[in-house]
Design a protein around this ligand. Structure first.
Ligand code: 5RP
Length: 237
């Protein structure tokens, strides 16, 4: 992406975040997402908290927890608040049925736990994230270290059942094997079109050694997508 396009996308992410902020009401317990779009929301929320808004947040990653603490947003846990009012997060892709690919930032597991604990899940994005069919973004699959090669082989076999043969790569960051906040590794699977995302999510998650995968099906209740012409809301049925 060119510098100009990236700056435009970032401005759109900010606009979507500001729109999501209008859904926050005093006293709410919120899921706080991870990534550059979620960070825009968290910064805007932090400003409201400074003005006196009383809310609590459950962070979906260490990075989000640190940012929220810096901004003075009170944090809580799912242990204390297992039912959240609203979760606001970004996504790597979404389709017209509000199905998502998440995990580009590696926080997919906690993001899924937190999002599925919330009454309303609002995904904030720029317009580049909208796709007709999921799969242009490599699908992150979080795996435990033990038996990782065997798990990778079982993942390949599962993809073959779907007539797919994605290029799979262990995620590396700064020359080191990437570790999630939970200490697991991520296999990124460059799928191309995912024709049966609902069943694929289930089948991958059923492989021993797979902790979870980045397909979020029936999780988002609303997408707020910013475009050059303003923000658009796409609601689930
Ligand atoms: C992190 C995620 C993010 O929501 C996703 O990667 C989008 O990131 P960004 O808002 O920086 O584009 O799933 O695990």
């Amino acid at each position: 992406m060119s510098v100009d396009k990236a700056a435009k996308a970032d401005e759109q992410k900010k606009q979507a975040a500001l729109q999501a902020l209008t859904l926050v009401k005093p006293g709410m317990n919120l899921g706080l997402g991870t990534g550059s779009t979620a960070n825009h929301f968290i910064r805007a929320l932090g400003a409201k908290v400074k003005e006196g808004l009383e809310v609590k947040g459950v962070p979906t990653s260490r990075a989000t927890a640190e940012l929220a603490k810096e901004l003075g947003i009170p944090l809580t846990t799912l242990g204390d608040h297992p039912f959240l009012d609203l979760c606001v997060d970004g996504a790597d892709e979404f389709d017209d049925q509000l199905r998502l690919i998440k995990g580009g930032g590696g926080a997919l597991l906690i993001e899924k736990i937190v999002a599925t604990s919330a009454k309303e899940v609002v995904i904030i994005t720029d317009e580049t994230k909208r796709v007709k069919t999921l799969g242009q973004f490599p699908l992150p699959i979080e795996v435990v270290n033990m038996g990782m090669k065997a798990t990778a082989w079982k993942i390949e076999r599962a993809f073959r059942m779907f007539g797919m043969n994605p290029k799979m790569a262990l995620r590396v960051k700064d020359g080191q094997l990437f570790r999630t906040d939970m200490g697991n590794a991520i296999i990124d699977a460059a799928c191309g079109e995912i024709k049966d995302a609902d069943r694929l999510e289930f089948v991958l998650n059923n492989i021993p050694g797979v902790v979870n995968n980045g397909l979020f099906i029936n999780v988002a209740t609303r997408v707020i997508m910013a475009t050059a012409k303003g923000t658009q809301e796409i609601k689930g049925k």
